[in-house]
Design a protein around this ligand. Sequence first.
Ligand code: MRU
Length: 343
Amino acid sequence: MDAIRWQGNSLALLDQTRLPVEEVWNTYTDYRKVADAIRRLVVRGAPAIGVAAAFGAYLAAHYAPDAELEGRFLAACDYLATSRPTAVNLFWALDRMRAAYGRVKALPPADIRAALRAEAQAVMDEDIEISRSIGKYGLELLRPGMGILTHCNAGTLATAKYGTALAPVYAALDHGLSGLRVYCDETRPLLQGARLSAFEMVSAGVDTTLLCDNMASSLMKSGKVDIIFVGCDRVARNGDAANKIGTSGVAILAAHYGIPFYVCAPSSTIDGAIASGEDIPIEFRPPEEVTELWYEKRMAPEGVGVYNPAFDVTDAGLITGIITERGIVRAPYEEGFRALGLV
Ligand code: MRU
């Protein structure tokens, strides 16, 4: 399974708004449409957003007349940066593309395009290796028959391949570790757990159970959850980690029940410029995601206010460890990140 492909002269994205009912690939030649796809969650998940943005920026250069290459490329980077605010991978990938441009801007246009294309491909290829490595470190925490709870989707669909929070499960499959049980929180309001993580895990042949978000406490109390893996969209230097709304509640429950709670974070998601979670910008999304989406009829009275933050911040103190591609970091996080050259 994959969700992002470069095909000749276009970017192809598996439309995640339509999963698991239909598997539809959309193709893009216009960076503005790529930005719209990121905004609408056709492509979502922090690393996947970064990869799509890198190719989106490249598309602008690919299709620009020589004389307008610089202007269009830089405008595309600025425009793509407005698509979503929380996942730092978006800004990280665009900064990489701008830096790549800076290194080659004196070259002929064909060479500039080739370098930008290579940089976008590198963002994607490196993400695959990073996920593989997170999977390897996460696998060290797993034993046969364990129950793993995850929230939202931090799997293959959210990255270039393998995912972050689901990478240890894929690694376990590769290594023949038997009997794992994966529990997917449904993840209201956009159902990334029900639609995407459950789809990925069932497709991979994993014993998968879906639960509504408000059932997590009951499941943990039953003793069925041995470990929790979640992804993240931005980690501050102190280890505070923003992830899909509801994650901090899962972490609080995990602390109550004494269940290890791990955040899986590629280096592209660690924001060394931010001291604590208080500085992480949180996206708020349209009220209709709560009142109407997924329902045949609107399920709330007209005029009601709707609180719909897309992310929350889990305090570092609730996190057992942060699994990166360079190893598992434990508190104090800033020191651990420094030791691994991550900030
Ligand atoms: O709004 P989304 O679906 O983009 O939110 C995704 C998440 O919160 C993921 O857990 C996070 O981006 C990590 S993906 C490896």
